[in-house]
Design a protein around this ligand. Structure first.
Ligand code: ADP
Length: 844
């Protein structure tokens, strides 16, 4: 049965109410609170049953047929909501707005929250090292405006992007935005790419917020950005019913001030996850993140996404890191103090738009407890970072919030004694009553002589005196006992005194819970007033934590402080790839990278597996680390500031769907060529390999020439087209280097050392053999190679033909090892037999 088919007149009052609410929430799955359950009806019920693997049942709603229904218990609703929003659904939650006890007839209900992929910000499910962004895009004639917010932290950013769909897509992916709100002129192809290729939820919403949040909106002057905020906020505030009053300012981002990297570069350099397993482990952030707080982790991630261009700003960060490195004791104390700091930023978020409980306020208090110590240490370090202790909030929480509160804020036990007089009085009454009841058992036993008499309590009947069935006859009228409940073996009674005390206890209990809840909300309001101060504190702490992390990593890995120049020079002595070095430990071979002002390209040759890509990535990573203000993995370095990094390394990605690998390779080359300036860095790894040899080589040569003559930026270009190495004669800006390998006695050893000059050795077949490719294939490949070399369609003398595959080599070794003079004829027969068996492995 579908919702729009029913005769509404016939529906029960509750179902009529459901229909009215659901009419306003057509796009969402409506979780409708009925007592201890959230129920979903009609199509919503069917969807939820399917997606959550729950049983679809039915409910009588006044119709001839039962209405399809599916429900989840209210106390465990979160994981279900999480599953649905992850699958791209939106969920509206309708609560009972009145206490059913106080109401006759249908309880008033209303939607209190709407959540979707990026706005379901429950701490249990949030990745604390990553922001959870929702973005709004407005398409203007000449550009896109992307406004994006994280409601869990109260961050709002605005960014102009060139009117280029791939650039917009690039930013959305880079920032990890999970949900996009568009207006109706948004390109359909891009919507489809966002949704189908990247699982990003796209919603069209054309309205703008009119009256609310004026202060924030008027704090920017740019009319377009105002419009962007109005557009995004309409969705958050009106559609999703969010309170965003913790957003106190708009960060207007400027890509011109930070090092530009596209999503390919970020992935290729494995800044946040590895290419193969898509895991954080063994990525650069994995190495750099030694933060003590979740806020610090997010800050560091943001720093890594946006390395700086301004030498002064970079040096300021480096000064902080250096100071922390040098001040051992202060550093360790600071680390200890930060250890006790919770995620203040997200706690602030919860104060405004989450389900804040007393434990959260306790976390805030315990965090604030560490601030005086942190402030003292920051002063000792003479850092230019202002730390506000937020003493009033600390004092308020210290005197009000009970040390071990329950998760629920509606059960009492939240507020300390001494905070509120009325509450203390009520608690006295309650404990007086309870004491009386506790002693009643003893006094009644004495009075009645029934030694097994018990005083108990249950929720339905309240306090009672219980005696066994056998003792009922001993009960005397003058005691005034009234029978309350009959059980199979016992009888329960109530007495006037017990009733009176019970009323006192229950009455005071109820009042206490109500008052505690009110006081809690009052405290919450007081914290709310200070939210911006707390957010500033959180931001400052996150910076300190990030610098501390960089200092710790620098010490652990013996990194050095980078220097910068304006001479168009890159000079790295003994550079390492920090992650590969960390994994390979002592065996990593350090390499220099020297590109003076007249060198723009290093043309890198050498066998596969020698370390060409690692060498290229290493340079980019050192530059990125340096420009975020980190120490770097080398003995010494002096770098020019790089404005953009483009990479074409490794397997192609699927940014532009439906394109072949080679097409993607060429598109990326085009992006690099069009985007790079003379201050950029380009890494081209074996460009052109996706097509036939001549095509590929010609393209590679021509692109290399173009980059060298027209852009003249620093470029690392690895290739197996050895013919290209002669370009250095034509262009003095191109320098040949090669990664060494040793080939001796049929053994190929990678030395991973980068040296000047070209090499003409590729050792492709040997590497294939090392990879364990079947001997017959290796043997045949060697034969083919000989053939090609004789025909010499292109100069391939660099490829040494392979004479003795690995396994045959072993056979040879075995034969050589036989000492004929030292074996018996029988042993000789056995050996001969074995050798014959082994030789069967080898085809002709
Ligand atoms: P190529 O690009 O030349 O095929 P890679 O850069 O992919 O080679 O390196 C192959 C492997 O060699 C890497 O996985 C790494 O473990 C190792 N390697 C690379 N460079 C070094 C080095 N400088 N020192 C030690 N090992 C290295």
């Amino acid at each position: 049965m579908n919702r729009n088919e029913v005769d509404r007149e016939k529906l029960s009052p509750m179902m009529k109410q459901y229909m009215e609410i659901k009419d306003k929430h057509e796009d969402e799955l409506l979780f409708y609170r009925l007592g201890d359950f959230y129920e979903l009806f009609f199509e919503d019920g069917k969807i939820a049953a399917r997606e959550l693997e729950l049983t679809l049942t039915g409910k009588n709603a006044g119709l001839s047929e039962r209405v399809p229904m599916c429900g989840v218990p209210h106390h465990s609703v979160k994981p279900y909501i999480k599953t649905l929003v992850e699958k791209g659904y939106k969920v509206a939650i309708a609560e009972q707005l009145e206490d059913p006890k106080d109401v006759k007839g249908t309880v008033k209900r209303g939607v209190v929250d709407v959540v979707s992929k990026s706005t379901f910000v429950d701490e249990e499910y949030l990745d604390n090292a990553t922001n959870c962004y929702i973005g709004g895009v407005i398409s203007f004639e000449d550009c896109y405006l992307l406004s994006f917010a994280d409601i869990s932290t109260g961050v709002l950013n605005a960014l102009y992007i060139e009117k280029d769909d791939s650039k917009l897509l690039n930013e959305i992916l880079k920032l990890g935005i999970r949900e996009i709100i568009t207006i109706d002129n948004f390109p359909l192809k891009l919507i489809s790419t966002l949704e189908n290729n990247y699982g990003i939820l796209v919603t069209e919403s054309n309205e703008m917020l009119q009256n609310e949040y004026r202060d924030l909106i008027n704090s920017v002057t740019d009319e377009r950005i105002k419009m962007g905020i109005r557009h995004l906020f309409y969705y958050l505030v009106k559609k999703e019913l969010k309170d965003v009053s913790h957003i106190d300012h708009v960060n207007i981002l400027n890509n011109e001030e930070t090092l530009y990297m596209d999503i390919h570069t970020i992935r290729n350099l494995e800044l946040f996850e590895t290419i193969r397993l898509k895991e954080r482990n063994f990525s650069l952030i994995w190495l750099l993140d030694k933060c003590k707080t979740a806020m610090g982790r997010r800050k560091l991630k943001d720093m890594l996404l946006h390395p700086l261009l301004d030498i002064n700003k970079i040096n300021k960060r480096l000064d902080y890191v250096e100071k922390l490195i040098n001040e051992f004791i202060t550093r360790e104390k600071l680390r200890d103090a930060l250890e006790g700091v919770y995620d203040i930023e997200r706690l602030c978020g919860k104060v405004i738009c989450g389900s804040l409980n007393a434990k959260d306020l306790l976390q805030l208090k315990n965090s604030l407890k560490n601030i005086p110590e942190i402030k003292k240490l920051i002063d000792e370090l003479s850092f230019d970072i202002n730390i506000d202790e937020n003493k009033e909030i600390y004092n308020l929480l210290e005197k009000s919030i009970y040390e071990n509160p329950p998760v629920s804020i509606k059960e009492g036990y939240l507020i300390k004694e001494g905070y509120n007089k009325e509450l203390d009085e009520l608690k006295n009454i309650r404990s007086g009553g309870k004491d009386f009841i506790a002693t009643l058992e003893e006094s009644e036993r004495n009075k009645t002589g029934i030694k097994t008499l018990k005083v108990g309590f249950n929720k339905v009947f309240g306090y009672y005196i219980e005696i066994s069935k056998g003792q009922v006859k001993e009960v005397k009228d003058e005691w005034g006992w009234e029978r309350r409940q009959t059980l199979s073996t016992s009888e329960r009674y109530i007495t006037p005194v017990l009733k009176e005390k019970e009323a006192l206890v229950l009455n005071s209990e109820e009042k206490i819970i109500k008052l505690e809840y009110e006081l809690f909300l009052e405290i919450k309001e007081k914290v709310k007033k200070e939210i911006f101060k707390l957010k500033t504190l959180a931001d400052n702490l996150s910076q300190i934590d990030a610098y501390l992390s960089l200092a710790t990593v620098a010490i652990e890995n013996s990194f050095v402080r980078p220097k910068f120049n304006n001479d168009n020079t890159i000079n790295i002595i003994g550079g390492k790839h920090p992650v590969v070095d960390n994994v390979t430990h002592l065996s990593y071979v350090a390499n220099d990278c020297i590109m003076d002002k007249d060198t723009s390209t290093l043309l890198i040759t050498g066998p596969n597996m020698a370390g060409k890509s690692t060498y290229m990535r290493q340079l980019a990573i050192i530059i990125i680390m340096a420009q975020i203000g980190s120490f770097v993995p080398c003995e010494d370095c002096n770098l020019k500031i790089i404005d953009k990094i483009y990479t074409r390394i490794g397997a192609s990605d699927d940014l532009v769907s439906g394109e072949s690998t080679f097409m993607v390779e060429m598109l990326e080359a085009k992006n690099a060529i069009e985007g790079a300036t003379e201050n950029s860095l380009i890494l081209f790894d074996e460009l052109g390999r996706g097509t036939s040899t001549y095509d590929g080589m010609s393209l590679a040569e021509s692109i290399l020439e173009y980059v060298n003559t027209k852009i003249n930026c620093k470029t690392l270009f690895s290739t197996h087209y050895h013919e290209l190495t002669s370009l250095s004669k034509k262009y003095p800006t191109i320098k040949n280097v090669h990664v060494c390998a040793n080939f001796e006695n049929d053994n190929l050893t990678f030395l991973h050392k980068v040296k000047d000059g070209p090499t003409d050795k590729s050792y492709g077949i040997q590497v294939a053999s090392l990879a364990g490719l079947t001997d017959s294939i290796i043997k045949n490949a060697s034969e083919h190679l000989k053939k090609y070399e004789q025909n010499k369609p292109r100069k391939m003398n660099e490829q040494i033909s392979f004479t003795f595959p690995k396994k045959e080599n072993e056979l040879k070794k075995e034969i050589d090892a036989i000492n004929i003079l030292n074996i018996t004829p029988m042993e000789a027969m056995n050996i001969l037999y074995k050798l014959k068996e082994k030789s069967k492995d080898y085809e002709e």
